[in-house]
Design a protein around this ligand. Sequence first.
Ligand code: ADP
Ligand code: SF4
Ligand code: MG
Length: 320
Amino acid sequence: MREEKATILKIENLTKKFNLQSGKKLTAVDNVSFELYLGECLGIVGESGCGKSTIAKILTQLESVTAGNIIYKTKDITNLKGEELRQNRRNLQMIFQDAAESFNPRMKIDDIVSEPLLNFKLMKKREAETEGKKLLTMVGISEEFMKRYPHQLSGGQKQRVAIARALSVQPEIIVCDEATSALDVSIQDQVIKLLMNLQKEKGMSYIFIGHDLAVVRNISHRIIVMYLGRIVEVIDSDKLVTDAAHPYTKALLNSVFSVKMKNKTEIESISGEPPSPSDIQPGCAFSSRCTKCTDKCLKEKPELKEIEANHFIACHLFKE
Ligand SMILES: Nc1ncnc2c1ncn2[C@@H]1O[C@H](COP(=O)(O)OP(=O)(O)O)[C@@H](O)[C@H]1O
Ligand code: SF4
Ligand SMILES: [Mg+2]
């Protein structure tokens, strides 16, 4: 029997089109639906330009939607404005790749972390300062760095400060968009461990976005694979290497785990570039790079369907 999980965020038929100067429309996100379960880390992976950051920006309301809905618990938060939007930002925090760029360079580290507590009027100054220190200690920033300015910290330290700042308002959801991608591998591992520990401790839900399948798999319970604005596969992380079935996911896997995979010979490596999102053709978006492409693939867009429990795929090779 399928285990029922509580949903904290539901994305329904999300589409985002940008108007280009040429007069064309660019489809960055194309009819995407998924759920984030309470307490899970949901990974979103795919090549650069497939729409990951656009989804993150829409979820944190830095971009508007063209169509679709975002439901937080039972509330439709798609088009919140003013104070409602501000309050909602408390529940849903985002950590970017270059989070430190949004820090005020003239503010000291401890003030950067306690500022959201004051902005949301959650604490008085003295209390917020104590909480800020506590958070910084928790993310491994020692006292000597707390009174420094952002430019005096390393990239890894600044990313830890960004995590502490996002955590300060006790959000229920954190969206990490390439949050560790710019860091050296060893620092990246440390920050990921920190994120994983915090999640367990605080019971938060994460959306962890990245272009590196190995990194995303490490931290996530489930993985969404995207290609040209659409979801092509959804699979549990622990089944990714053995059960992934979409030709694109397999090609991605082959480029990452080639040494460790069984049945390696079945897998083609990926070549070429994805088509332009401003010139989307009918049929499967992956057809121009897929070695299994048939006539049907050129004519009909494959819809996402569940091929086995909790495993969804958008490819004509598979039946529900
Ligand atoms: N503000 C914008 N105006 C026009 N096109 C955009 C804008 N933001 C993103 N795009 C385009 O949308 C597509 C998806 O981008 P993005 O979501 O940043 O992808 P990813 O994060 O997966 O690399 C890309 O083709 C990108 O060029
Ligand atoms: S639908 Fe066709 S072109 Fe698309 S991934 Fe499946 S086999 Fe390849
Ligand atoms: Mg991005």
